[in-house]
Design a protein around this ligand. Structure first.
Ligand code: NAD
Length: 267
């Protein structure tokens, strides 16, 4: 018997085998969960279908989370296929590439709208449709990043979107708690994925965090294990939280002086 034997849930955000959502899916599958997948567009279908098939998950449906009609259609299929669900994983973010570099003051109105819509509002939109299917209570997890609370150069409008996402987690946790549905976020350290590669200077940031974090860089498996905790009964009554899976990076106030360049003279 696995931790998730007899439990059913949805995974949003697998684009390929490097996706954080795929790390979470593999962890859930290993514990016996029955999974349904939703992907963003036709182009991703040929990547996501074989991954889902590799863990024996036949439910794989397209859904653009900026389209309310598409979300309604998807959840009608979810209701028909699964009846009720126990958990939902939201691992989705997007901002136009020109917004993920350069001066923050140049953030465009349209870039702001898109980033907040795809990366934040989508959690609320999915939670609204998942709520009635979680008749026996449930748990939701979304993915955030440290750039929500401290400035991470080039992350720009995505940091603002993640701040709004973390606030949405708290409001959803308050609202859905009365129906025994928990909502939490995982704040992951940098991981090399499709989305991350869109942020200017990502490779350098990854290297820096790997040097500074007490336990170095993380991977998709680390996030998968934390998601197991937050989606299972092991975290009963933990809700509205942001759990760091970042090798401890967020506790650091300054890097180890040993890492600083030789030109940094002692005072
Ligand atoms: P990824 O590119 O594998 O996943 C992003 C997903 O968002 C993709 O599957 C993409 O199809 C989906 N998406 C984008 N627009 C969509 C839309 N309109 N409708 C439906 N789906 C849409 O990259 P990832 O790094 O695995 O990102 C997953 C989550 O993790 C994101 O929220 C990201 O911000 C977060 N995160 C990533 C890192 C990192 O360093 N990789 C760190 C912290 C948090």
């Amino acid at each position: 018997m696995g931790l998730f034997s007899g439990k059913k849930g949805l995974i949003f955000g697998v684009a390929n085998k490097n996706s954080i959502a795929w790390g979470i899916a593999q962890a859930l599958h290993a514990e016996g969960a029955e999974l349904g997948f939703s992907y963003a567009g036709e182009i991703l279908k040929k990547r996501v279908e074989p991954l889902a098939a590799s863990i024996g998950a036949p439910f794989v449906e397209e859904c653009d989370v900026t389209d309310d009609g598409a979300i309604d259609t998807l959840f009608a299929k979810v209701a028909a296929h699964f009846g009720t669900i126990d958990f939902l994983v939201h691992s989705i973010a997007f901002a136009p590439s020109e917004e993920l570099g350069g001066r923050f003051v140049n953030t465009s109105r349209n870039g702001f709208r898109i980033a907040l819509d795809v990366s934040c509002y989508s959690l609320i939109a999915l939670a609204k449709r998942a709520h009635p299917l979680m008749a026996n209570g449930g748990a939701m997890v979304t993915m955030t990043y440290f750039g929500a609370e401290k400035v991470t150069p080039n992350y720009n409008v995505m940091g603002v979107a993640k701040a709004a996402l973390e606030a949405s987690v708290r409001y959803l946790a308050w609202d859905l708690g009365k129906d025994q549905i928990r909502v939490n976020a995982i704040s992951a350290g940098p991981v090399k994925t499709l989305a991350a590669s869109g942020v200017s200077g990502f490779r350098k940031s990854l290297h820096y965090v790997g040097q500074v974090a007490p336990m170095g860089n993380i991977d998709q498996e680390d996030v998968g294990q934390a998601a197991l905790f937050l989606l299972s009964n092991l975290s009963t009554r933990i809700t509205g939280e942001v759990l760091y899976v970042d090798g401890g990076y967020n506790i650091m106030g300054a890097p180890d002086p040993a890492l600083m360049g030789a030109d940094a003279k002692e005072a």
